[in-house]
Each structure stands twice: as structure tokens, then as C-alpha cells.
Design a protein around this ligand. Structure first.
Ligand code: B4P
Length: 191
């Protein structure tokens, strides 16, 4: 089993790369963003509660995502590991993930940190807004808030990974194929 965290600011390409990495290494792709958007789309009570938080570019409460992830891990079979996309996003989530994995005799093997400058992030998300219908991509102020929230609450998780000796910085600017290769080169060191 290998467990990979894909990390980086909003719009850095975590979701884009996770899909093909999951396919190549037979990993389950766990995107907390996708899971939350599915709740929104299905109009569940949870989705309704989270809608305004997400539209403002804020983080939903830690316990909500931790619970979602634990349920997915326990219901998965036939995979060689997990790729965590957009989770953990706070140090508290990182600690919860570590405990969750340890309790199941697993660990975090690699944390891939995509590095992309703010201007490029803004460009990508504005472009995606034209097709995604995502409220959090449609407004420049919300995109800026998401980047600020990332710097304040999520970036400290990199230090957590660095101390554990699992974090690797990856240039996230370039073609999707080139970035995929850069990420694979790191994964090859742990499979
Ligand atoms: P996410 O769904 O995680 O959204 P994201 O960070 O914007 O996406 P990502 O980095 O995956 O970008 P993508 O590959 O799509 O989160 C959304 C919201 O959910 C959060 O703001 C929060 O409210 C909530 N949430 C999620 N997880 C949470 C958690 N753990 N705790 C609390 N709240 C949580 O790429 C973006 C665009 O760039 C795409 O259009 C893509 O085509 C393009 N692109 C990708 N790579 C490119 C490249 N190399 N060159 C050019 N364009 C590229």
C-alpha cells in the first residue's frame, strides 16, 4: 500500500494530476473538494450547510472532512493505496489523518507539493470558471480569499510533512504531461 498526499494552492493542479496518477498506480483518488461538491449537487443536509462556506472560499469544519475520509478508507477494497487530494488542509486534519492511518497499519509515504505562482493560479481558476459553474471560481475576490486561506491555514501542513521527511516540492508550472512526469519520478521512489 502507498499513500500519497497531493498538495498545493487552489488551482495548482491537484485534481488534474490526481486522476491520472490514481489510474497509473491503482490508487483510490480521494478528493475532499469533489466529495463536498457531490453533497452540494445532491442537495443533502450536509451540502446545504457547507454551500455558503465553500462559495466564500473558506474551509469547511475539520470534523466534517475527517469523517468523510475515514468512511471512504474503510469502504475501499482492491486498491494499492490512496491519493489524498485537497486533504489535509489544516494541521489538525494532518494529525487526524496520521492517527487514522496508524490505526489501520498504514502511513503517509509521500507528500507532493505543487508550486505555482499566484498570477498563474488566478488565470487557471478564471479559465475554469467559464466551464465549471463553480461559485468559488467565478469571483476574483473569492479566489484571492482561497489563496489567503491556503497561506494561513494550509501551508503550515508542509512543515508537518517536512518534519516527517516525506515532503517533495514539485514545479507545478508547465504542461500537464511534464508535471505528471515530475510527480511520477517521485512516486517511483516509494513504490
Ligand atoms: P478543491 O476541490 O480542492 O479545489 P481546488 O483547490 O480549487 O482545486 P485543484 O488544485 O484540484 O485544481 P485543479 O486540478 O482542478 O476545494 C474546493 C473547496 O472545497 C475549498 O475551497 C473548501 O471550501 C472545500 N474543501 C475541500 N477540501 C477541504 C478540506 N480538506 N478541508 C476544508 N475544506 C475543504 O486545477 C485548476 C484548473 O487549472 C483546472 O481548470 C485545470 O484544467 C487547470 N490546470 C491544471 N494543471 C494545469 C497546467 N499545468 N497548466 C495550465 N492549466 C492547468
Amino acid at each position: 500500500m502507498i499513500n500519497v498526499l497531493i498538495f498545493g494552492p487552489p488551482g495548482s493542479g491537484k485534481g488534474t494530476q490526481s486522476v491520472t496518477l490514481a489510474e497509473k498506480y491503482n490508487l483510490l483518488h480521494l478528493s475532499t473538494g469533489d466529495m463536498l461538491r457531490a453533497e452540494l449537487a445532491a442537495g443533502t443536509a450536509l451540502g446545504k450547510k457547507m454551500e455558503a462556506i465553500m462559495a466564500a472560499g473558506e474551509l469547511v469544519p475539520d470534523d466534517v472532512v475527517i469523517e468523510m475520509i475515514a468512511r471512504k478508507i474503510d469502504s475501499t477494497t482492491g486498491k494499492d493505496g490512496f491519493i489524498f487530494d485537497g486533504f489535509p488542509r489544516t494541521v489538525q486534519q494532518a494529525e487526524a489523518l496520521q492517527k487514522m492511518l496508524e490505526a489501520r497499519s498504514m502511513k503517509i509515504d509521500l507528500m507532493l507539493v505543487l508550486e505555482v505562482n499566484d498570477a498563474e493560479l488566478m488565470n487557471r481558476m478564471k479559465k475554469r470558471a467559464l466551464v465549471s459553474g463553480r461559485a468559488d471560481d467565478a469571483d476574483e475576490a473569492v479566489i484571492n480569499n482561497r489563496i489567503d486561506v491556503y497561506r494561513a491555514k494550509t501551508e503550515p501542513v508542509i512543515e508537518y510533512g517536512r518534519k516527517a521527511g516525506v515532503s517533495r516540492q514539485v514545479d507545478g508550472v508547465g504542461s500537464i504531461g511534464d508535471i505528471f512526469e515530475r510527480l511520477c519520478n517521485h512516486i517511483e521512489t516509494v513504490v
